[in-house]
Every structure is written in C-alpha cells, then in structure tokens.
Design a binder for this molecule. Structure first.
Ligand SMILES: [Zn+2]
Ligand SMILES: [Zn+2]
Length: 143
C-alpha cells in the first residue's frame, strides 16, 4: 500500500515536519492554554501517531505548559510548532495552519467548547465537547 506523506512548515522555514498515513483525529480546541500559547482565539489541531511523524530541518525547543504538556517552539523565530501531551500518549499534536496545504484540513469536532470566546462565531454542526477529547470522546482515541 502506498503511504501518503504529508509535510508542514512554519514562519521562518527553519523547522519542518512530515508524517506518513492519515491523522488520528482533527479538531478545534478552545482551551485557555492553547489560546494563550498561540495568541489566537482558537487552535485547529491534528493528531498524528509519533511512530509515523518526524521533525525535519532544525530541532524544536521544548517547554512545559500545562502539567504533562510539552510545547515545541522554533528556536529561530519563536513560532509554536506542536504539542506532546501525557494525556494523549503516542500522539504529536500539529497545528493545521502549519500544513503545507492548510486547505487539506478537515475538522471533526470542538473540544473545550465551554471556553469558546463569545465573539467567535462558528456555526458548524460538528460535535462540541466541553472538556478534552480523552475525557469527552474516548472512542476517538482508538486506532
Ligand atoms: Zn487546547
Ligand atoms: Zn522559525
């Protein structure tokens, strides 16, 4: 079977990534931690199995944000690069906006909908969970 390779890059171009196959999940997060980390009203994420993911280009720098949340940054321009979280073992979280072709992203749900900013208008019919994916929809964690 031919494995699709998907690639991504960031603002300065120093760090890039690639993964093979399909993402495990794709969705929007409205939590305060993501919001403040990215200075954005929400973050669009895709989850990719670590075994099919690799950084290409310069290695990221990493700091802890929420407990068990390892946030990766570009050492050159400071751009957020991704997240590894203990509550999602085996996944790399990537920003949909870092996809080489961000139009390829297909969101499937919202998490932390309870924290959505009141001025952010979203009228899709996607499932809306008030907590994390691990807590709200464990079936989406299976693969
Ligand atoms: Zn979040
Ligand atoms: Zn950079």
């Amino acid at each position: 079977m031919h494995m699709t390779i998907t690639t991504g890059s960031y603002h300065c171009g120093e760090t890039t990534w690639e993964y093979s196959g399909a993402p495990v999940w794709s969705g929007y997060c409205h939590c305060d931690d993501c919001r403040r980390n990215c200075d954005a009203p929400l973050v669009a994420w895709l989850g990719v199995p670590l075994e099919s993911f690799r950084w290409t280009g310069s290695a990221p720098v990493t700091r802890l944000s929420c407990p068990g949340c390892k946030r990766h940054f570009c050492d050159t321009c400071g751009t957020p690069l991704g997240l590894g979280a203990d509550h999602y073992p085996g996944d790399m979280h990537l920003y949909a906006a870092s996809l080489e072709d961000p139009t390829q992203f297909t969101p499937e749900f919202h998490v932390f909908w309870s924290a959505k900013l009141p001025w952010l208008a979203m009228d899709d019919d996607l499932p809306k969970y008030d907590t994390s994916l691990a807590d709200s929809a464990p079936e989406l964690r299976e693969r």
